[in-house]
Write a protein that binds this ligand. Structure first.
Ligand code: AMP
Length: 377
């Protein structure tokens, strides 16, 4: 039986071996915990900084049993682990956040149904299971719109933009036979996210909304805080809080949202784990998203998710970005984070850099290139 709060020296099991697990494990170590990773990849970023590693598949009963035997509590660092595997773990050890939350966040349709059910606005959407249904959905939602697979999409994968009626058949043929949703295209002014932690006692701690900019569908820059009106920021934070409560979350949750030109906030998607748009918190906050994640999972008190500095975070994606590593190390004011990945494939997140600014002194949009210096050139 696991007793909470976990004492220092307890072992936190993390399902998944990527950089989110790595940075969670580093935060856990600072609180005195060991981490034990379950991942099919030997020498993965998380296992390199953890006390133990069960090398095995997320579906493999023997690997799941061996992993469960080593840990006091289980959490996960990406959503595409199988809910069935996590359920097997839940029979042995507490899983935080719970399996039902994972199930909802793995399925765009379930997620939108849940969000709309608690009164949280999203882009208009329809389930699509046939070409005829797609035509009906386009009649309802209009064009332009975006067709997405309900499962296993990330960084823009599993999506097709529909601009005109002639696009429908090819997009449908490309994405099926998986279940699909059609989403109305949101002509957003900016994309933001809010990261919220919630403890087993219901205590909530949320970071201020940040602004996210993408390059080739992959997060490129996060500006903290988002440059949006105070009322819009408060609304976004309130939405994140409502979602965390609606899910009865114990753990950490990222909520990605669109802000429209008239400052309406629409939720795009949620992720019940640390998020790329929260990496800046390691350097700009007394307690990072990873510390809040570990604290919530371990049953420790949650500190305020405040920041001492404003920040810009830039992802290092693929071989071209990581080739800048020596220059980054030589550049004063850049805080380097390398994930220790052995293979620098194009499109792979290999590290990030953070630059801090005094609070409320984040440069305007034209100052960002300066802020990042040669990196953005
Ligand atoms: P997603 O995989 O749903 O996070 O989508 C990846 C990116 O595609 C988002 O960050 C947006 O930039 C864009 N996108 C997704 N859905 C929409 C939408 N309904 N309207 C406009 N842009 C979208």
């Amino acid at each position: 039986m696991t007793a909470f709060p976990l004492p220092p020296d307890a072992t936190i099991g993390i399902v998944g071996g990527g950089q989110l697990g790595r940075m969670s494990a580093l935060a856990a170590a600072r609180l005195g915990y060991r981490c034990h990773i379950l991942s099919p990849e030997a020498d993965c970023p998380a296992a390199r900084v953890s006390a133990g590693h069960t090398l095995g598949d997320y579906e493999d009963p023997a690997a799941l049993e061996a992993f469960a035997a080593q840990v006091d509590v289980v959490t996960f660092e990406f959503e595409n682990v199988s809910a069935a595997g996590l359920e097997r773990l839940a029979a042995r050890k507490p899983v935080r956040p719970g399996v039902e939350i994972l199930r909802i966040s793995q399925d765009r349709a379930a997620e939108k149904r849940f969000l709309n059910g608690i009164g949280v606005p999203t882009a208009p959407w329809r389930l699509v299971d046939s070409l005829a249904a797609l035509h009906r959905a386009v009649d309802d939602v209009g064009l332009p719109s975006i067709l997405k697979t309900t499962r296993l999409g990330y960084d823009g994968k599993g999506q097709a933009a529909l601009r005109e009626p002639a696009d429908l058949a090819a997009a449908f043929a490309r994405l099926m036979p998986q279940p699909l949703v059609l989403e109305g295209f949101v002509d957003f002014a900016c994309e933001i996210s809010v990261i919220v932690a919630r403890g087993a006692d219901g205590a909530i701690s949320a970071f201020d909304p940040v602004e996210n900019r993408h390059r080739d569908h992959i997060l490129d820059l996060t500006l903290a805080p988002a440059r949006i009106p105070t009322g819009t920021a408060a609304e976004a934070t309130e939405i994140a809080r409502r979602i965390a409560e609606g899910l009865d979350l114990v753990g950490l949750l990222a909520v990605e949202m669109f802000v429209t030109a008239d400052n309406r906030v629409l939720v795009n998607e949620i992720a019940p784990r640390p998020h790329n748009s929260g990496h800046w918190t390691i350097d700009a906050c007394p307690a990072s998203q990873f510390e809040l994640h570990i604290r919530a999972v371990a049953g420790l008190p949650l500190p305020m998710a405040g920041r001492h500095s404003d920040a810009v975070m830039k992802n290092l994606v693929g071989p071209d970005d990581i080739a800048l590593w020596p220059a980054i190390l030589a550049m004063p004011g850049l805080i380097p984070h390398h994930y220790g990945k052995t293979e620098a494939r194009p499109g792979r997140k290999l590290g990030h850099v953070t630059r801090l600014f005094p609070r409320d002194a984040l440069p305007g949009p034209f100052g960002i290139a300066d802020a990042l210096g040669a990196l953005n050139g």
